[in-house]
Design a protein around this ligand. Structure first.
Ligand code: FRU
Length: 481
């Protein structure tokens, strides 16, 4: 393809698969991520959406309903199997969400310091436009999880009625920080799991018997530790099996490249320019801009036993060094295209975590390759799959402090999760100044060959029902529904 005027060509990626245990890490490069601006319209009126409608989430109405009046709801995932199928259990759809008390006297932006995993259920054949999700309360009993807050993860139905909840156990040491929302002693983070039981009858769904096990702590060699950087990320486990490697269970998670904060040196391969590229930046200029502070990666681990209680790190499958600092809630979605399995890696990121010189929206980013470890091709050449409406010509901001002249929906949604059928769910953060804490209308993206497009024929002008997380596989219930 011809480059957009003034912009470089993206990096060439082969999509070639490598052994999951090998040390090839795919790079989401500056040349790749600069395609976001190459595809953005530099001539829109200030504050309009500058992105292509193909990658823009339709506008969420300002009068959105609250999913629950007692808890704020954000990162959400379904009960799944090891192949990312969403499971209806004995006639019930079950979802898990980070929740925080709406009445405890702290604000929406303090939710992270008070996060617990809650769950909701609703009849599998419910009308998603009318029937509300029933709130089941906290998943774990108070003071039983590892750590004092529970951050994102994933939940898998195992044999019989056993469930494994993979989650991030984040521990804050500074009570003032928990209440004020930041600035105090850095938290610890470990990846943990809890094995418990799901029960369902005509009244709904309950859980009990959770046994918690610590699984992984960052090693400081591949994955950055708190000692190396107080602002490190180590979280959001998602487990799956790979048909190309039967018998093994893998986990992807959010990490950072291991090094003491500030020590990372930007490399030519992080920039990814083709030889002779007229719009290339120099490694020195990028390094001098301070872009080395941004060192996101998507981590990979493999289970060492059938109980999934012992895991070993493998090298990261993707890095965004000198591009972005956070690749959150990663997931692997396998789709058959032309008789061949294509591996889509989806991950969410923010505008405020981009490195100097880079600009992109809050949203979900995607990468496609021939295996879980491959030379991933960023979707739509840039990586951006679905972003909140944003004028990318204006400087980046954060949801706590947006300016009035930006698009009022630049932070409308976050924590997108791609479900079977390209249905993308997320939570509402800030719609024109109205703070959310509830699930967004689900939208649909159609994707193939690494190219995606928002389906504006889905729902109403592209907006489906709020919190639409349908199931596609039924378990139990003896055919009663
Ligand atoms: C994404 C996220 C996750 C984390 C959670 C904490 O919205 O940052 O990475 O687990 O929120 O609230």
């Amino acid at each position: 393809p011809a480059p957009a005027p003034g912009f470089p060509l993206p990096t060439q990626h082969t999509q070639q698969a490598f052994d999951p245990a090998s040390d090839f890490t795919s790079k989401w490069t500056r040349a790749d991520a600069r395609q976001i601006m190459a595809q953005s319209d530099s001539t829109v009126a200030p504050g309009a959406n500058s992105m292509s409608p193909d990658v823009t989430m339709p506008e969420i109405p300002q009068d959105f309903p609250a999913m629950n009046d007692d808890v704020w709801v954000w990162d959400t995932w379904s009960l799944t199997d090891e192949n990312a199928n969403q499971i209806s259990y004995k006639g019930w759809d079950v979802i898990f969400s980070l929740v925080a008390d709406r009445h405890a006297g702290y604000g929406f932006d303090q939710r992270h310091w008070n996060a617990r995993i809650g769950y909701f259920f609703r009849k599998t054949n419910a009308d998603p436009a009318k029937d509300k999700w029933n709130y089941g309360g906290h998943l774990f009993l108070d003071n039983t999880s590892i750590g004092n807050t529970e951050w994102s993860g994933s939940t898998r139905l195992m044999q019989g009625n056993h469930v494994n909840v993979f989650y991030t156990a984040t521990t804050f040491y500074d009570v003032a920080e928990r209440n004020a929302g930041g600035g105090g002693i850095a938290p610890d983070a470990v990846i943990a799991k809890a094995l418990g039981n799901i029960h369902a009858d005509q009244n709904g769904v309950t859980f009990d018997g959770f046994q918690h096990t610590k699984l992984l702590e960052p090693d400081g060699k591949m994955y950055q530790t708190k000692a190396q950087n107080a602002g490190f990320a180590f979280r959001d486990p998602y487990t799956f099996v790979d048909p190309a490697h039967p018998g093994k269970t893998y986990m992807v998670f959010e990490g950072n490249t291991a090094a003491k904060r500030g020590d990372y040196q930007c490399k030519a391969e992080d920039l990814g320019y083709r030889p002779g590229e007229p719009h290339a930046e120099s490694v020195t200029d990028v390094q001098n801009s301070g872009a080395y502070f941004q060192t996101a990666n998507v981590g990979l681990a493999v289970a060492d036993n059938k109980d999934l209680t012992k895991w070993s790190f493998l090298p990261p499958i993707l890095s965004g060094n000198c591009v972005n600092d956070q690749t959150e809630r990663p997931q692997i979605f396998i789709q058959n295209e032309n008789g061949k399995n294509k591996y889509y890696l989806f991950t969410i990121s923010h505008q405020f975590t981009y490195a100097a010189g880079m600009r992109g929206p809050d949203g979900v980013y995607g990468f496609v390759g021939d295996g879980i470890r491959s030379d991933y091709q960023p979707m739509n050449n840039s990586g951006l799959a679905l972003g909140s409406p944003t004028d990318l010509n204006l400087p980046s901001e954060s949801p706590e402090a947006p300016t009035p002249n930006q698009n009022g929906r630049q932070f409308q949604a976050y924590s997108h999760y791609v479900q079977p059928g390209g249905l993308v769910q997320s939570f509402i953060d800030n719609v024109n100044g109205v703070r959310g804490g509830s699930l967004s209308p689900t939208v649909k993206i159609n994707f193939r060959n690494g190219v995606s497009q928002v389906d504006r024929n889905f729902g109403r002008n592209g907006l489906g029902p709020f919190g639409y997380l349908p199931t596609n596989v039924r378990v139990g219930g003896e055919g009663l529904y």
